[in-house]
Ligand binder design. Sequence first.
Ligand code: GDP
Length: 392
Amino acid sequence: MKLAMIGFGQAGGKIVDKFLEYDERTHSGIVRSAVAVNTAKADLMGLEKVPQENRVLIGQSRVKGHGVGADNELGAEIAEEDIDEVQGAIDGIPVHEVDAFLIVAGMGGGTGSGGAPVIAKHLKRIYTEPVYGLGVLPGSDEGGIYTLNAARSFQTFVREVDNLLVFDNDSWRQSGESVESGYEEINDEIVKRFGILFGAGEINQGDEVAESVVDSSEIINTLSGGGVSTVGYAREEVENSGDDSGLLSRFTGGEDDQVDTAHTTNRITSLVRKAALGRLTLPCEIDGAERALLVMSGPPQHLNRKGIERGRKWLEEQTGSMEVRGGDYPVPDSNFVASVILLSGVTNVPRIKELQQVAIEAQDNIEEIRQESDDNLETLVEDDDDELEPLF
Ligand code: GDP
């Protein structure tokens, strides 16, 4: 499906930049337009792919291009005040050609954390296209203020978008890596998973191999109904001779071919299990997910309807959902068969509960420290017996 992407803040901008690079490399055609919004000039300058005219610096009169620190209330205020400047860039998007908006932001910082829900609310008021969020949760080692920001932004962002796709940095960080190289890999992972998912809806139904190709309406239907989503992924390398003999075998059904078909089916079902039970973008219990979409990508001769049907049934059992969709995403020149599973409307998410708990503790601590330092300052400035008078 074709998306208008809006990256808010540093993480948001970098991830949208990566999506553009992915699009160029794979010709997936998912980014119809890309806009980056920030209060920090340096972050906008650091982007490589987002066109210059689509980089919007907001809050210049307030923070002079230096960013908002990790103050997400200020980030939200500035986004409200300068919404016309953001709209100016969005006016350049041929909205009739996009299937949906995707607002990308790190939820632990200031600009994206505060601004992303503001722009979501604005877009929903103006356009009829769905507005999705891709929100990144901070690592638990980033500290209390980031957790508090994320918890507050999460509550607001979920309410303002048609669906919030979540990626949790915490379950993806690797020890011993510099933060920068760590993000590099994490961003690749984000773009790969969501790139396959959204790219699936971009294949034309008219293609010769389109047995059961995922359509963008299936992605939209899986995301409709709102709430929070997570994405699973697994892949296996395959030999890709480039011919379509496997596809033929589905029709001719020779003995060897049947073995092949059985193998293909088994590979698919095992990849579905691995994707659903492995590391999700937001770790959660899949039981209780309201809707799901299974996308099998790879060379067409390695995909088959039976495998997808079995995988879909298995997902129905595991999630208890009656709305599990599934289909192909044929990528003729790929050397991998991959399974991407979108679980939408997940509610059993211990990670969010834990985030909220830590956020509440941080909030209490911040309040306590502020009170204490007010008291300490008063003790310092005021003389003991109140004998001095201030000037005015
Ligand atoms: P903002 O510019 O004020 O919106 O804040 P940032 O985007 O710099 O940071 C917000 C949060 O996003 C941080 O707390 C990190 O958890 C996360 N973050 C920052 N940069 C990246 C990145 O490149 N990739 C990912 N996945 N997360 C990032």
